[in-house]
Design a protein around this ligand. Structure first.
Ligand SMILES: C[S@@+](CC[C@H](N)C(=O)[O-])C[C@H]1O[C@@H](n2cnc3c(N)ncnc32)[C@H](O)[C@@H]1O
Length: 337
């Protein structure tokens, strides 16, 4: 490839990143959602949303330039792409925009930490006040449909818990979407979600109330390492959360899971599958995992190979089943006490 062709290629990629950055501003400030209800001038929009007219005008120009907005007589309305970027749209593009800005933040943190090697931990996720509220919705939009339509029907353990009106503990529950999916699908199952971030727990409680599920779902803020349950539960779920507590005390967390399950109860662990062979990271469907692992490193974590998770449960005397989804990129390990 010539130097000019390379520049053209990278300029096009840079435009993709800019487009997602513009979209993130519209999502975070509620501008897409406002325009979904009603077209308007930049000044109208600023007034309606209680935002600064100068910033809104510049955003409208940029959103128009990148094709999110159409304009008739100085009135802006959403284009089809703008509509697809609305967080409320079915199968919204919102997670891509949030991920793009979060990735830029993590890249900047990794660059600054390269020399000293410090790993600041989970707190880096909370460093961007506009990103944190979108962390839960981003994960929900990215993985909720897969869970609801593919993973849930493939795992009989949830129906077993439901049959006895049993309890599911979701450790590192984010905004609580996993328990909400289960509670909608299984009408007797009860759930307790635990997460370290107050923002996540507040969102989880509010959404459970909105969906009429708060009689069966509870959410608490707390550290997984410092939690003990009054009584063992039927199922403990960890979605993209086990790798967050693995480096600190791998054997300890797996023993904790076993000890807090009833006899015959299950741990259901969902993790992105880190491949055994580096060459697999070149697959376009896996590339983003390699970036994620760098950002996990900043947080004091690393992604896990499904086999090492299975082995850790087997060492605790638990029977393990392994399920793979999304072209082997998503692993669910079900371990029975
Ligand atoms: C990648 S997110 C996954 C969230 C959620 N399970 C989902 O699938 O959307 C990992 C979650 O684990 C939580 N977490 C990580 N370490 C934790 C700890 N020691 N105690 C409580 N929560 C923790 C984080 O706050 C975060 O919400």
């Amino acid at each position: 490839m010539t130097a000019d062709a390379l520049k053209t290629q990278f300029r096009q990629q840079a435009q993709g990143a800019l487009s997602l950055n513009i979209a993130f501003i519209g999502i975070s400030a509620g501008l897409f959602s406002a325009l979904r209800h009603q077209a308007g001038s930049a000044a109208d929009l600023a007034r309606r949303m209680g935002l600064d007219a100068g910033y809104v005008t510049r955003w409208c120009d940029a959103a128009y330039a990148f094709g999110y907005l159409e304009e008739d007589d100085a009135l802006f309305r959403l284009s089809a792409t703008g509509e697809a970027m609305c967080p409320e749209a079915p199968d919204s593009l919102m997670p891509l925009a949030v991920q793009s800005v979060l990735s830029a933040h993590m890249a900047e943190r990794a660059a600054g930490l390269m020399q000293g090697g410090e790993r600041p931990g989970e707190s880096v996720l909370g460093e961007r006040a506009t990103v944190l509220p979108w962390f839960g919705p981003m994960l929900e939009a990215s993985f909720g449909p897969l869970f609801e339509t593919v993973i849930c029907p493939a795992l009989p353990v949830f129906a077993e818990v439901d049959a006895v009106g049993g309890e599911v503990l979701d450790l590192g529950c984010g905004n609580g979407w996993y328990l909400r999916v289960l509670a909608r699908r299984y009408r007797r199952l009860r759930g307790l979600g635990l997460d370290g971030f107050a923002e996540n727990v507040e969102q989880a409680r509010a959404r459970a109330v909105t969906e009429g599920l708060s009689d069966r779902l509870r959410f608490e803020q707390g550290d997984i390492h410092a939690t003990t349950l009054a009584a063992p539960v039927d199922l403990i779920a960890m979605n993209r959360a086990l790798h967050h507590v693995w480096e600190q005390d791998q054997a300890g967390i797996v023993a904790w899971l076993r000890d807090h399950l009833k006899l015959g109860g299950h741990a259901v662990i969902w993790e992105p599958a880190w491949p055994a062979d580096r060459a697999q990271l070149r697959d376009p469907a896996r590339r983003s995992l390699a970036f994620q692992n760098l950002s996990e490193h900043v947080q004091g974590n690393h992604l896990l190979q499904p086999e090492e998770i299975a082995t850790a449960f087997q060492k605790q005397g638990m029977a393990v089943q392994m399920f793979r989804f999304s072209g082997n990129n998503e692993a669910v390990i079900v371990a029975r006490r």
